[in-house]
Ligand binder design. Structure first.
Ligand SMILES: O=P([O-])(O)O[C@H]1O[C@H](COP(=O)(O)O)[C@@H](O)[C@H](O)[C@H]1O
Ligand SMILES: [Mg+2]
Length: 561
């Protein structure tokens, strides 16, 4: 029997503009009649190369509304002439796994259903993101096209009669308007786990964890009830032999147990607390969709994401993937601490500074100029896929610990001994009113053309900084020449210290201000100091220059990392 497709009339919704990483809104917004269908049609209509005969990967982090969205997407793919959809069992696929599968099966792209680290549930957030055929988030040229279509859309195509069960792996064949249409439901973890086993030396990591060559390393992995649970179970418990108490919160929940599935010192507080007790030598947590990670050492020694990627880049000889492929270049997003720049300099490889957003790394990787990159927002990854990858980062760290037979803290101390330390902190002011925050940003922006602002000295608690340059970061992609403007205001000091302000692009409502503060020290006596103490004068100067407290009405940030 051939199933019939229908063209449904619709009207544009305001604000279907993808942010840093897809469209993220409250579930209630996605639940409005036609809202999800409109945005899915925009994705499908914006796909270059046409849909006839194409294959797409679909999956997400298991949050509330994910299964419903999967069903809608499958029906709309059928309605739009897509040939095949590969979907994770029960709609579950981590973001790194979607990227891995797009590349492995050479599909035209994929649709990721997640709002990442934002809370989930009927009263929380949902998100839809389109990834292109290289496995990475769609670049601005594509998301701008999607947004243009969203403003003019009058109809969408759907096959409502298509009923497909995504609860068990297997292939289901349909005939849609006399064309074949296939839905392949796949095991959510297999392709990803197989790939990790190629990249890393699993036996070496297993020896470290089980203590085959000495003291076992006790690890504690907290999946925060996000999508990484099944991957953690398979990789760390089953493949690498960690004891059952090594992994917690590994059952994905539609509301992440009511928490923010965000791996930082505030929202992963239970991991920090457990690590402080001192029984474990290595701890990690991931966000809802599994692309972010936080690494902790014994007694909750915190590894900043900016240091984490620098350490990995400096230790690639313990990872088979890099031994085989070499390291071409390194990169970080603009607000990320500059530790990786020093590693690049020593190794004599290129280093790139891109705007916030993993999509900006993709072209460099595709052109063979970038191997390892990271962001201060707990994102670490490499050119093995085109997304940041939380579990990959943990396996990279465990590889380093296995090869060097040492602790997380010692690895950092020796890294700082070689390169000096880039002290870094980020202050988040979440869910502020948009109007005053936009005003603050435009006043900061105006300083870049104010001759009185450059050269000015600022003093706090006896520490004086002189402004060398102020700009609103602009990036020209070295591969395709595309330009991204106004990516954050940087205030650079004559001694190399700096602070940066930008508005988050991943929230679902209101505005979140992010303030990033960094300074560099080469004096070893400073290395073990608390970053908050070292950076305090510059933090105060940044707060006063920006008038942040006046604009936001906030005396304290919601999160400090
Ligand atoms: O949310 P995720 O994990 O997909 O992460 C996304 O957002 C982060 C920034 O978020 P914001 O704009 O809020 O600072 C980016 O660094 C990251 O590349 C992007 O993939
Ligand atoms: Mg994420």
């Amino acid at each position: 029997m051939s199933l019939t497709c229908y063209t449904k009339a619709t009207k544009p919704f305001q604000g279907q503009k993808p942010g840093t990483s897809g469209l993220r809104k409250a579930v209630k917004v996605f639940q409005q009649d036609h809202y999800t269908e409109n945005f899915v049609q925009c994705i499908l209509s914006a796909m270059s190369g046409g849909l006839t005969g194409s294959t797409l990967v679909v999956g997400g982090d298991g949050r509330y509304f994910g299964k419903k969205a999967c069903d809608t997407i499958i029906k709309m793919c059928a309605g739009n002439g897509v040939r095949k959809v590969i979907v994770g069992e029960n709609g579950i696929l981590s973001t790194p796994c979607v990227s891995c599968m797009i590349r492995k099966y050479k599909t035209s792209g994929g649709i990721v259903l997640t709002a990442s680290h934002n809370p989930g549930g009927p009263d929380a957030d949902f998100g839809i993101k389109f990834n292109i055929s290289n496995g990475g988030p769609a670049p601005d040229s594509v998301t701008n096209k999607m947004y243009e279509i969203s403003r003019e859309i009058v109809e969408y195509r759907i096959c409502p009669e298509l009923h497909c069960d995504i609860s068990t792996p297997g292939t289901q064949q349909f005939v849609v308007e006399n064309r074949p249409f296939t839905v392949e439901v796949v095991d959510s973890v297999k392709d990803y786990v197989d790939y990790m086993k190629e990249i890393f030396d699993f036996p070496a990591i297993k020896d470290l964890i089980t203590g085959a060559k000495g003291q076992p390393l006790k690890i504690l992995i907290n999946a925060m009830h996000g999508v990484t649970g099944p991957y953690v179970k398979k990789i760390f418990l089953e493949e690498l032999g960690a004891s059952p108490d090594s992994a917690v919160n590994i059952v994905p929940l539609e509301d992440f147990g009511g928490h923010h599935p965000d791996p930082n010192l505030t929202y992963a507080a239970d991991l920090v607390k457990a690590m402080k007790e001192g029984d474990f030598g290595f701890g990690a947590a991931f966000d809802g969709d599994g692309d972010r990670n936080m690494i902790l050492g014994h007694k909750a020694f915190f590894v900043t994401p900016s240091d984490s990627v620098a350490v990995i880049a400096d230790n690639t000889d313990s990872i088979p993937y890099f031994k085989k492929n070499g390291v071409k270049g390194l990169a970080r997003s603009m607000p990320t601490g500059c530790a990786i720049d020093r590693v690049a300099e020593k190794k004599g490889v290129e280093v790139f500074e891109v705007p916030t957003g993993w999509k900006y790394f993709g072209n460099l990787m595709d052109a063979g100029r970038l191997s390892i990159c990271g962001e201060e927002s707990f994102g670490t990854g490499s050119d093995h896929i085109r997304e940041k990858d939380g579990i990959w980062a943990v396996l990279a760290w465990l590889s380093i610990l296995a090869a060097r037979n040492t602790t997380v803290e010692q690895v950092l101390l020796s890294h700082w001994g070689t390169y000096g330390r880039n002290f870094f902190t980020r202050y988040d002011y979440e869910n502020c009113e948009s109007g005053p925050c936009n005003q603050m940003m435009s006043e900061l922006d105006a300083m870049s053309s104010d001759p009185g602002a450059v050269g000015k000295e600022h003093t706090h608690a006896g520490k004086t900084y002189k402004v060398a340059k102020i700009d609103n970061f602009e990036y020209t992609d070295p591969i395709d020449g595309s330009v991204a403007k106004k990516q954050g205001v940087r205030v650079l000091m004559t001694d190399g210290s700096r602070f940066v302000f930008r508005l988050s692009g991943t929230g679902s409502s209101g505005a979140t201000v992010r303030m990033y503060v960094e300074s560099y020290e080469s004096d070893p006596s400073t290395f073990t100091k608390d970053a908050q103490d070292v950076l305090k004068p510059l933090v105060e100067i940044a707060l006063s220059v920006s008038k942040l407290k006046e604009f936001t009405g906030r005396q304290q940030p919601t999160v400090i990392t």
